[in-house]
Write a protein that binds this ligand. Structure first.
Ligand SMILES: Cc1cc2nc3c(=O)[nH]c(=O)nc-3n(C[C@H](O)[C@H](O)[C@H](O)COP(=O)(O)OP(=O)(O)OC[C@H]3O[C@@H](n4cnc5c(N)ncnc54)[C@H](O)[C@@H]3O)c2cc1C
Length: 493
């Protein structure tokens, strides 16, 4: 272990921490970023040729923080000789494959990236060696510059240890499924009669699925629609019957209208962050159509495809909404899905050879934080949530910190429950990174906008008084404690 103490260590090099590395590079900052993978790869299991990212190219790694950065998407296009075709294409949304190639281009140029390092442990130590004191700036046995974290990573040759003053956790989210696909998956690489997988691996096993007699897609979002459309288009006359089942009340479009898009804004984050946990959870459920829907054009393309198939006497399979998957098992007829129709309350079963769970991703609390768990600011579940087995989650301050002092441990894309729907949004990555670098450097290197929307969220501060006891007025005793950063944000709003 070298004696070196980095100013900033990022765990995970997805788009968000890669953006942080690109914005940190011009600063006198010693930053290092670790990722378990051997190189940058963005959702290759869903890298459809014609898929575009769902944000404009300005939502690249750097531009919204620093339009002069050498790591902008336009710089990339210029370098690879594609700027004029992009200009003539006149479509703000790059292809998904282009965005992936752009991020890889940046990752091959920016300094401080270390691939093939799986972080497995984080501990706090003093600069004078292991076994740091209790939390709190300079309260314990920290050195004059505060705590030092010791981060251990597994590499192909053993382990490697790093030390840093600030951490940025950018480990993304993990595929989530209500049923365990591995126990249903009978498929070997050479093709079994049953194939079950999460959408994240779709393109890696597409040919296997097309070799079956029937495939069922379960899920309601963009990925479910892209996979269903791809399978239906490829199945032709002789391919598998393709079915699509979703729990959502209907196959609903994503909403892109501009006043709604203003909800990915610093002032909406301020507003949302200031609400009680119960209210935030309810709002997130109500806001599903804003970011978990399907591109409207794709929905219509699917109908057109079904229409063409029916005109040519081809099977149009099963398409059913408002249906919850309650379980899945293997029986003599293949994979049996136990389903519940939420409208009629009727249970029914459906058999399929192939199952694609396009049921999304969920944030996870990494085990490598166990070593500093006592220094993390946790939001404990409310009694009714604890009964449902919901785990505790970070109490993320407005400046994206989660340590009790709210100064040193920052999270990326793990704060949907406190900051709202902009947490996974590529368009807000540069602003979050500007806020993180402001904390790390102690100065606002990249201007952080506080107002970008025309509309107001919540009653204007100077005219507001509680109309009636609501979540906002009544502190959520089980979880609410305002951190210094929150107080400032609250007062700044
Ligand atoms: C198919 C798909 C398309 C999307 N398209 C859009 C879009 O168009 N617009 C938009 O705004 N959002 C989009 N999103 C949402 C979101 O922007 C992406 O999920 C984005 O990849 C999140 O970036 P991230 O940096 O948080 O994490 P990820 O991209 O998930 O990267 C996390 C990285 O952390 C590494 N890692 C994890 N644990 C460890 C560890 N212990 N040690 C070391 N490394 C570790 C992983 O190897 C991985 O490389 C999309 C999501 C998906 C799934």
């Amino acid at each position: 272990m070298s004696g070196k103490i980095h100013d900033l260590l990022g765990v995970g090099i997805g788009p968000f921490n890669l953006g942080l590395a690109c914005l940190a590079e011009p600063l006198e900052l010693d930053a290092v970023f670790l990722d378990a993978r051997e190189g940058f790869a963005w959702h290759h299991g869903l890298m459809f040729d014609d898929a575009t990212i769902q944000v404009p190219f300005l939502a690249d790694l750097v531009t919204l923080a620093d339009p002069t950065s050498r790591y902008s998407f336009l710089s990339y296009l210029k370098q690879v000789g594609r700027l004029y075709p992009f200009y003539i294409r006149e479509n703000f949304q790059p292809l998904r494959a282009e965005y992936d190639a752009y991020c890889r281009w940046a990752s091959e140029r920016v300094g401080g990236l270390r691939w093939g390092r799986q972080v497995v442990d984080v501990r706090r130590e003093t600069a004078h060696g292991a076994g740091g004191g209790p939390p709190g700036e300079n309260g314990g046995t920290d050195d004059e510059d505060g705590p030092v974290y010791r981060v251990t990573a597994i590499t192909s040759d053993g382990t490697e240890t790093f030390r840093a003053r600030h951490l940025a956790l950018g480990i993304g989210t993990t595929p989530w499924s209500p049923v365990d696909t591995t126990s249903l998956d009978g498929g070997s690489p050479h093709g079994g009669r049953r194939v079950a997988l999460h959408a994240a691996d779709y393109l890696h096993r597409r040919e296997q699925l097309l070799g079956l007699d029937s495939v069922t897609v379960v899920g309601s979002g963009q990925s479910a629609a892209e996979i269903y459309h791809d399978l239906l288009a490829a199945s032709g006359h002789s391919g598998p019957r393709v079915d699509w089942i979703t729990r959502s009340p209907r196959f609903f479009p994503m909403e892109y209208t501009k006043l709604t898009l203003e909800m990915t804004s610093p002032e909406y984050i301020d507003h949302f962050h200031g609400l009680g946990a119960g209210k935030r959870d309810r709002l997130l459920r109500d806001q599903r159509s804003l970011y978990k829907g399907i591109d409207a054009e794709l929905i219509n393309e699917i109908h057109d495809l079904l229409y063409r198939r029916s005109a040519h006497g081809q099977d149009t399979g099963l398409l059913v909404a408002a249906t919850t998957l309650e379980g899945a098992t293997v029986d003599g007829a293949g994979i049996r899905l136990d389903l519940h129709c939420d409208d009629t309350e009727r249970a029914w079963q459906h058999h399929t050879d192939g199952l694609v769970m396009a049921t999304g991703y969920s944030p996870t609390t990494p085990r490598f934080l166990d070593g500093i768990a006592s220094e993390i600011d946790w939001e404990e579940p409310r009694p009714e949530q604890a009964r449902e087995g919901r785990p505790r989650r970070y109490r993320v301050a407005r400046d994206h910190t989660i340590d009790l002092a709210h100064r040193r441990v920052h999270v990326q894309n793990a704060e949907e429950h406190t900051h709202g729907l902009s947490a996974p949004d590529l368009g807000m990555g540069a602003m979050r990174n500007s806020i993180i670098l402001r904390s790390v450097t102690g100065r606002e290197v990249y201007p952080v906008e506080s107002r970008i929307a025309f509309q107001r969220f919540g009653a204007p501060a100077d005219e507001s008084r509680p109309a009636r006891e609501t979540d906002q007025a009544r502190p959520d005793t089980s979880t609410e404690r305002r951190t210094p950063a929150d107080q400032q944000a609250q007062e700044a709003r």
